[in-house]
Structures are given as structure tokens and as C-alpha cells.
Design a protein. Structure first.
Length: 171
């Protein structure tokens, strides 16, 4: 398709002093000259030019929307990961506290067989399983009332002098 070549702009209408009784008539002529000049200078000869501009604007809006949505979704995912990490660490600290309580109970009574330990406040409850082989005790402690399950296996030697921890690992 061949588009007409845009004509060069004519010289701008010359300004001058309007004299006499026909001032309105002169103003109308001057206004007409200005409108003709502007239409010649800013004439768009290519009818598909507007379509291209609108297409580019729509494309840029789509890209900006996609990038914004991606950033928003990534930030939500990062927030959830951070929350899960924090909750998991809190649960691990809770289970470690229960393991220490179980070791204290084992030191206080050589007949300690485990069971449930309820921590003060609203921390929760954990389960302790105990197995003995002479003076070597194996305690397996895990949570029972949280969404984040953590388990610790502690192997300790209990003698008349106190508790010696041989192994402490998270399962």
C-alpha cells in the first residue's frame, strides 16, 4: 500500500495589526489561516500509524502487568517461606527444651520411662520415648500438637555424678 507523501509546512501566517471596522472578519481569516497551517504541519498521512502506537502501548502494558504480577507472587512465596522457617525453628527450640526436661527427669529418677511433657504456658506438649542399656539412656523426643514436626534423639550416660550427653541429633 502506498501512502501519500506529507507536504512540507507552508510558512506560518504573518502576524499584523488589525485595523478598521471589520476586525471580526479579519480575525476569522487569521483563525482560518492558522488552522490550515496546523493541519498541514501535523497531518498524519499513514492510517496504520495509530494502530501501531496503540499496539505498542497495549504490549507495554501487558509486559508491565506480567512483571508486577511475578514480583507480587514471588514476594508472597518468600513471605511464606520465611514464616515456615521461623515456625520450624520455634518448634525445634520447643523440642530441645522438652529433651532437656526429659534428661532432668531421668537424672532425678532412674525409673523414668518417658511419656508426655507439657511445657508451661501455651508452648505445647511433646512425647518422650526412653530406652535404657545399663547407664546409657536413649531419649527420642518429638512434638505432638504442632504443624511442624521435629524429633530429637539424645543418647546420654547417667551415673552418680550427673548426665553426660554422648549424642544429640535431630531426626
Amino acid at each position: 500500500m502506498i501512502f501519500p507523501i506529507r507536504q512540507p509546512c507552508n510558512q506560518a501566517p504573518k502576524s499584523g495589526v488589525i485595523k478598521g471596522k471589520s476586525m471580526r472578519k479579519e480575525l476569522r481569516k487569521y483563525k482560518h489561516k492558522i488552522s490550515v497551517y496546523l493541519s498541514q504541519c501535523f497531518k498524519v498521512d499513514d492510517p496504520s500509524r495509530g494502530f501501531v502506537v496503540i499496539s505498542i502501548v497495549i504490549l507495554l502494558m501487558a509486559v508491565v502487568t506480567a512483571v508486577s504480577l511475578t514480583v507480587a507472587l514471588l514476594s508472597v512465596g518468600e513471605a511464606q517461606s520465611g514464616f515456615t522457617l521461623t515456625q520450624g525453628e520455634n518448634t525445634l527450640s520447643f523440642v530441645e527444651g522438652c529433651t532437656e526436661d526429659a534428661l532432668l527427669k531421668a537424672r532425678a529418677s532412674s525409673t523414668y520411662t518417658g511419656g508426655n511433657i507439657t511445657r508451661p504456658g501455651s508452648e505445647g506438649t511433646c512425647t518422650v520415648a526412653v530406652s535404657k542399656a545399663g547407664s546409657v539412656w536413649t531419649l527420642t523426643v518429638s512434638t505432638i500438637a504442632t504443624n511442624y514436626v521435629r524429633t530429637i534423639k539424645a543418647i546420654a550416660t547417667l551415673d552418680g555424678y550427673g548426665v553426660t550427653i554422648n549424642s544429640w541429633q535431630e531426626l
